[in-house]
Design a protein around this ligand. Structure first.
Ligand SMILES: [Zn+2]
Length: 255
């Protein structure tokens, strides 16, 4: 939370400076203070929604390597398209990273087991993935992460320490829960916006036009054209010599 803390210190110092200016007779110090406050709110808001800033906590957004390895990640499952995704990955001998919602893992135990049996990684993407997840208390967020870890342990037989925050949103409560549970946060370097793409072509272009070794690509089990996007992406990877890798395996080997 270094960046957030630094901003708060700077802001506090500026308040003191402006208070002193006001005190010595500089009439418009409050206008400067108002301007600084607006800037503060904008910076904090951007810090909350911009995963790459790592504003409140460390977040791994890419895994540079010289082996042309990239990391496909699928959020929000398992669901009705998971089986088709797994079949495609198998056809192209590719590996995926599934950041699953705990509640959906318990509702779809067959797909959950299949993800593991076919050699892919399951990470934690909260238990409920409700729209109010980021504004919950630190205690509730901690419970959500813990509950999903318990479900993952039941399915995989292994403890999980990788967490992707829903919506890529971070804040002091999420950072506190992550720190308390000693989790490692995983973000992304390429956000495909696949859930908003009815044809899938824009998302595919977004990924393939800038893809480089070490990229973590964000996709969703729930996106309308995930099969269209994934099949073409897998062909692109083959044609361009990219390999796919598990995030946990890469990090475990590195440490
Ligand atoms: Zn999500």
């Amino acid at each position: 939370m270094l960046k957030f803390r630094t901003l708060n210190i700077v802001f506090a110092l500026l308040i003191v400076v402006f208070a002193m200016l006001q005190f010595v007779g500089f009439e418009h110090a409050w206008i400067l203070l108002l301007f600084v406050f607006v800037v503060y709110v904008i910076v904090v808001t951007l810090g909350v929604i911009t995963v790459k800033w790592q504003f409140f906590m460390p977040i791994i957004c890419n895994l540079p390597n010289d082996r042309k390895e990239i990391f496909l990640s699928f959020d929000d499952g398992p669901g009705e398209k998971t089986k088709a995704i797994l079949d495609l990955l198998k056809d192209y001998k590719a590996t995926g990273n599934f950041f699953c919602v705990g509640k959906r893992l318990t509702e779809n135990p067959v797909f959950a087991k299949l993800i593991v049996d076919e050699g892919h990684f399951i990470g934690n993407h909260s238990y409920s993935h409700t729209s109010n997840f980021p504004v919950q208390s630190r205690k509730k967020i901690t419970e959500e992460i813990k509950n999903t870890n318990a479900v993952i342990k039941k399915i995989t037989g292994k403890s999980n320490r990788y967490f992707r925050p829903p919506y890529g949103v971070s804040n002091p409560n999420i950072a506190g829960a992550v720190r308390k549970l000693n989790m490692v946060c995983i973000g992304w370097s390429i956000r495909s916006f696949d859930t908003n793409d009815k044809e899938g072509t824009k998302a595919l272009f977004k990924i393939t036009s800038n893809l480089k070794s070490g990229d973590i690509v964000l996709l969703h089990d729930t996106s309308p054209q995930i099969i269209f996007i994934l099949e073409r992406l897998l062909i692109f990877l083959l044609e361009n010599g990219f390999r796919t890798q598990r995030i946990d395996k890469f990090l475990d080997e590195k440490n």
